[in-house]
Ligand binder design. Structure first.
Ligand code: DI6
Ligand code: FE
Length: 403
């Protein structure tokens, strides 16, 4: 006997040849937190029984995955944003010691429970939209104690909510004030943090900000080599504000993903396609910085690079806790098709986190993490913005008390 059976909806499986992998008038059965049966309702085996039968309308999709967030941090940057509204640039504020560094100062002052509480509020907002897995980066501590504190908070969020949390160590997010003008020494300090944090089980992947205002390619290469030596997967913030060859560098290290990519060049795209490195597109940051340069979506498509979409939830460039809004922006700003955008927060986001064996598509044997939506087509999830047409969220086979 199955634990539960969902009838009446169409299912966007996100695999196979049909648009969205659509299975109209489907039945989906859950047993022990996994999908036990999925197919047309008309083909349900006779005599099928389940502990609970749900008859719903609309569409079922895989649970959403936010594969790039920095949601553990202290303080706010609303004041900096007001200055940017007056015309001061993001780089200018960073060079004056504001920007990331101002969040680092606030995060160092915040205790673990405060960081947990503020991050949990952000995570709860994401969860209400059907998010089932999230990546959380460190990178606002930049010293061993605070980086460890932020990563522990991320682990606690995973343990105390039904969300699957993947942690990324982003100690190489910025040069901290104590290493002012000494980026090589700052990078050595980051590399020195790796073994202990990894041994404590706090790191699922290693990330870095490869940019003129952060670390150059040679410095990043040293970190990624060390990560690989420890057997840790890598990711990279690449080519966001300038063409620094970040996409190619990520590919060289077999990175799970290279993220941002507004300035990615054709060689970088080709290298990413060969390496299977996912391009994570972050329309919230493009919008919030009022960037006019968009990531080269046509180039990525032509090269065959897989594209994911995420919030980049962070206080400086994307104070956003709506992955559904990112679906709309990915289409409207970046010209993704609705199918590409939805794949970007399900199938491809899972791949960007190395979770593709468990999450991202709906099929027998996969985790029963899915969302029932009150929409008449999957494209409607991308078309609307500001709506939250969630009927039910099921994580590990269990329906959330309030979606
Ligand atoms: N790129 C971003 O957009 C964020 N980090 C990064 O490497 C910005 C982080 C911040 O401004 O606080
Ligand atoms: Fe980011």
């Amino acid at each position: 006997m199955w634990d539960s059976l969902w009838l009446g909806a169409s299912v966007a499986t996100m695999q196979g040849d049909a648009p969205f992998g659509a299975l109209p008038d489907a039945a989906l059965a859950v047993l022990d937190g996994r999908i036990a049966w999925l197919g047309p309702e008309a083909e349900l085996p006779p005599g099928s029984v389940a502990g609970k039968v749900h008859r719903v309308d609309g569409w079922i999709t895989p649970g959403l995955i936010d594969c790039h967030t920095h949601l553990v941090y202290g303080g706010t940057r609303a004041g900096e944003w007001e200055r940017r509204l007056q015309g001061v640039s993001y780089e200018q504020i960073a060079r004056e010691g504001g920007g990331i560094r101002s969040t680092v100062a606030a995060t160092r002052l915040a205790d673990e429970d405060t960081l947990f509480a503020t991050a949990k509020t952000r995570l709860t907002t994401l969860m209400a939209e059907g998010v089932v897995a999230v990546e959380i980066k460190s990178g606002y501590g930049l010293d061993p104690a605070t980086e460890a504190r932020c990563l522990r908070v991320a682990r606690r969020l995973g343990a105390q909510t039904p969300i699957h949390v993947v942690t990324s160590f982003l100690g190489a997010h910025a040069v901290p004030p104590e290493f002012e003008g000494r980026p090589d020494a700052a990078m050595e300090a980051v590399i020195a943090m790796l073994p202990e944090l990894a041994a404590a089980g706090l790191i699922d992947a290693v990330d870095a900000f490869c940019e003129t205002i952060a670390f150059d390619a040679a410095q990043v290469r040293r970190l990624l080599s060390q990560a690989r030596a420890l057997g840790l997967p890598v990711k990279l913030h690449a080519d966001q504000l300038s063409d620094g060859g970040g996409g190619a560098l990520a590919a060289e290290f077999g990175a799970l993903s290279a993220d941002h990519l507004e300035y990615l060049n054709a060689d970088g795209a080709a290298a990413m396609a060969r390496a299977g490195t996912v391009a994570v597109l972050l329309p919230g940051a493009t919008y919030f910085l009022r960037e006019t340069r968009m990531p080269p979506v046509a180039l990525l498509r032509a090269a065959g690079v897989r594209m994911a979409v995420a919030t980049d939830c962070n206080p400086g460039t994307s104070p956003c806790t709506s992955l559904l809004l990112m679906l709309n922006m990915a289409c409207t700003l970046f010209r993704l098709t609705p199918e590409e955008a939805l794949a970007g927060v399900t199938r491809e986001a899972a791949r960007a986190l190395g979770l593709e064996a468990e999450y991202g598509v709906l099929a027998v044997g996969r985790r029963a993490d899915f969302v029932v939506w009150d929409v008449s087509s999957p494209a409607e999830l991308c078309y609307q913005f500001g709506a939250r047409p969630v009927t039910a969220v099921i994580r590990r086979g269990v329906e959330a008390a309030s979606a």
